[in-house]
Structures are given as structure tokens and as C-alpha cells.
Design a protein around this ligand. Structure first.
Ligand code: ADP
Ligand code: MG
Length: 273
């Protein structure tokens, strides 16, 4: 990056503790002592097996925890401002505004009876002062930027009319429409065919420039493709984190080594000839 370095990270999570609180039973710790930070221009990969606490850790940032799960302790700062104690109205303004989300399965995240455009326009108008016409123009612009085809870039299409890869492009357009500082993508390519996965990863890599991004994946090869920082989670704890090149080539933990052995990394990612 050029220019002076601002050393306040966009996102700083400190000592997160997340509990399951079953009705009538004692709380059970699901995430224990996770601390992470992400600076502008960084893509942090959170890597670990299914159930290791990746999604809960990332979604706790915007207090998007499922029923029966609560943030028991810890703090979250966005751009230096504490946000874990914001009231619900202010938190709602951050979601889809300064924090954009991409989920694994866009078909279940999009309302099937609404066009892609109407979903985008609603989000744009909730977060920006734009009239209907300008909001639609911005929706078309975002979809075009994500390379959706046609003159209007599928703005009037329904989710089921798009392919899986196109739907994920539309979801990335939605996540980025309000210019978020922080982008959180949870297994964004897991549901896609391998060639489409590569296209979506390339698109994400391009779109993460200048913001802070978190990419959640169980697949080290996905993290290796676009992340410059990697954090490895195992059973609710962070086992290791650092620059991607270091974690990939010189892992400090047995667990990281075993995950890496099972990943099909391109030779360039590990520095092997
Ligand atoms: N609503 C819930 N109630 C109880 N436990 C949950 C709930 N959601 C997730 N968990 C548990 O929390 C752990 C971490 O979940 P999650 O963060 O979704 O894992 P990952 O994203 O790494 O696959 C898992 O053991 C999961 O079973
Ligand atoms: Mg998950």
C-alpha cells in the first residue's frame, strides 16, 4: 500500500468468549479467547474444520449469533470505535452498511419472490440517501462490476433464474453496494463447482483491495489463494495466526500441519518448486 500507514486496524476483536445457553442447562463455551485484528488492505483467512467456531467468531462482530448463543465476554472495535455494546438500531445500521456479508448459499439468503435488483435497491436506500432512480443505477453498476451479463446485468432477474456462480456474484454486489469498511465472507465458494470457485475467488480478491476482509473457509487452498493473514481455529480456540506465507510454509502447530497435509495447495502457495 502507498501513503502513510494508519495503524488503527479496521477490525479489532479482543478475547471473545461465546457460549451456548441452553434453556434449563448450564452454559457451554463454544468460542474461547479469540483475538484478531484486520487492517485496511488485509484479507484474513479464518481456517479450521467444521464446528471449530469460525462462523460464530466472525458473526459475533455484528452480533449475528443464533438463538441460544451469546457473547459472554470480549470486545469488538470497528475503526477504533467499540461496537459490541451498541444498541440494536445502531448495530442494524452497521450490518449491510459498514460491514458487508457474503454467505455460503445465496439461494437461501435471497428472498425467492423478489428480484435481485429490488433486494439491492432496498439495501442501498436503507444506507444511502439516494432516490429510487439513482439507487437502481447504482444496483446495475454494482452488478455490472461483478460481471453479471446483459445490458441491465440481471437487475430484474429472480434468484432462481441465475446460476450458482451468478447468484454469488449478486451477493457480493449486495455486500459491497454500500462501500463497507469490513467484508465478511463465510465459505463463499464452498457450494460452487471448482472452476466457478476460482472465478469467485478472483473476483473477491479484486474487490477486497483497500478494505478489511475476513474469509472463512475449511479449505486451506481457498485461504492460500487470496489471504495475506491466516488464523487457524480448532475446537473454539485460535491455535495459530500470522502472515499467510509464514503459516503456509512454516506452520507452528501440529493441527495446522495436519490441515495443510490434507489441502491441495497449488505449488506456488507453499513455495515448493
Ligand atoms: N445455535 C447453536 N446452539 C448451540 N451450539 C451451536 C449453535 N450454533 C453453533 N453451535 C456450535 O458452536 C460450534 C462452532 O460453530 P460454528 O462457528 O458454526 O463452526 P464453523 O463455522 O467453524 O463450522 C459448533 O460446535 C456448533 O455445534
Ligand atoms: Mg461456519
Amino acid at each position: 500500500m502507498n501513503g502513510p500507514v494508519n495503524d488503527t486496524p479496521i477490525l479489532a476483536i479482543r478475547d471473545l468468549q461465546i457460549d451456548a445457553v441452553p434453556a434449563g442447562g448450564p452454559p457451554r463455551r463454544l468460542v474461547d479467547g479469540v483475538s484478531l485484528s484486520v487492517a485496511a488492505g488485509e484479507v484474513l483467512g479464518i481456517v479450521g474444520q467444521s464446528g471449530s467456531g469460525k462462523s460464530l467468531s466472525a458473526f459475533a462482530v455484528a452480533r449475528l449469533l443464533p438463538d441460544g448463543v451469546r457473547l459472554a465476554a470480549g470486545s469488538v472495535h470497528l475503526g477504533g470505535q467499540r461496537i459490541d455494546d451498541l444498541d440494536e438500531g445502531r448495530m442494524r445500521a452497521l450490518r449491510g452498511g459498514r460491514i458487508g456479508f457474503v454467505f455460503q448459499d445465496p439461494l437461501s439468503s435471497f428472498n425467492p419472490v423478489r428480484t435481485i435488483g429490488s433486494i439491492l435497491i432496498e439495501s442501498i436506500r436503507r444506507h444511502q440517501r439516494l432516490d429510487a432512480k439513482s439507487a437502481r443505477a447504482l444496483a446495475v453498476e454494482m452488478l455490472t462490476r461483478m460481471r453479471l451479463p446483459g445490458k441491465d446485468a440481471c437487475v430484474d432477474a429472480y434468484p432462481h433464474q441465475l446460476s450458482g456462480g451468478q447468484r454469488q456474484r449478486a451477493m457480493i454486489a449486495l455486500a459491497l453496494a454500500n462501500g463497507p469498511d469490513l467484508l465478511i465472507a463465510d465459505e463463499p465458494t464452498t457450494a460452487l463447482d471448482p472452476t466457478i470457485q476460482l472465478q469467485i475467488l478472483a473476483l473477491l480478491k479484486q474487490q477486497t483491495a483497500g478494505r478489511a476482509s475476513i474469509l472463512i473457509t475449511h479449505d486451506f487452498s481457498v485461504a492460500a489463494a487470496i489471504c495475506n493473514q491466516i488464523a487457524v481455529m480448532h475446537q473454539g480456540r485460535l491455535v495459530e495466526s500470522g502472515p499467510a506465507a509464514q503459516v503456509l510454509t512454516d506452520p507452528q502447530h501440529d493441527y495446522t500441519r495436519s490441515l495443510l497435509r490434507h489441502a491441495r495447495l497449488a505449488p506456488a502457495a507453499t513455495g515448493e518448486a
